[in-house]
Write a protein that binds this ligand. Sequence first.
Ligand code: KG4
Ligand code: ZN
Length: 344
Amino acid sequence: MTIILGLESSCDETAAALVTHDGRILAHRLATQEEAHRPYGGVVPEIAARAHVEMLTPLVEAAFADAGLQLADVDAIAATAGPGLIGGVMVGLVTGKALAHAAGKPLVAVNHLEGHALSPRLSDPTLQFPYMLLLVSGGHCQLLLVKGVGNYARLATTIDDAAGEAFDKTAKLLGLGYPGGPAVEEAASRGNPKAVPLPRPLLGTSEPHFSFAGLKSAVMRAAQSGQHTVEDIAASFQQAVIDCLVDRARRQLVAYPDVTAFVVAGGVAANQAIRGALETLAASQGLRFVAPPLWLCTDNAAMIAWAGAERFSLGLTDALDFAARPRWPLDPDAQAARGAGVKA
Ligand code: KG4
Ligand code: ZN
């Protein structure tokens, strides 16, 4: 049996987990920094990095205690090495390197996005390559053809904001606070999704990409007009996002009929209305729908340990001088999408 320790620290969650090569989660610990960032309405990188320093070692110790294991029992140490807030990424990666060096175990430097991309294979071991992945998080909104471990074709990305970013900004505009996604979903559950006419950017165009900036501006105008309730705006916003995600994904599912499943991952995949709409889309294409449980969708260390296990089983380990990467696209060959400030 192979046991991998995973460390995550790329944004505002600090986490440690122990996972086996056959997908058993022996322990997973997570500390969220929500309270520390709430007064600022978003993640403050300096505060995040400091909190990761304080939290990571106790979480690693707690995970080992939960599993009744010691550092000597693990086969490799997997740490998020990017992309993300560089201060936080460095805390996790340096901790991973120190543990690997001290224990004489190999290091696996994990791309956080690959953690999300492979997480559905942790929750569903029958999921085979190739699958179509909608990766929707705070920093990313992409459709990827997942051909294998480390083998991704990016078919579409956002030309401006990521889907989670749109949720977070909408929450701020509507005074719903931080973190925005769950707050918007909760308000939307009490609103009418047809109440406020909002745009569906890029829908029906020949372009494969996503765009959410115009939607956010329309939400701002709707909020300022004083004609709508917060619940109705939230519900209408969420419906517009759903329509865009479904339209863009359908197009790729039609173009790649040989995929084994339609898979969704990333923090926004925790949204029940979005999951429901994507499940309906998969069914309409005669495809299996796979979405990890909610806690595995948002940032966590089990997905990093699992990506580490997948890479380790293929002999993919990294040198201890591996440098943290603030940007690290899954598909290095992807063409830049139209527009400046494109998220990798
Ligand atoms: O994957 P994740 O935990 O961190 C990143 O790697 O970005 O995703 C966080 C994002 C945030 O933008 C958050 O607002 C969004 O996922 N999110 C949601 C929900 N839960 C989290 N968006 C919509 N509905 C939710 N229930
Ligand atoms: Zn993430």
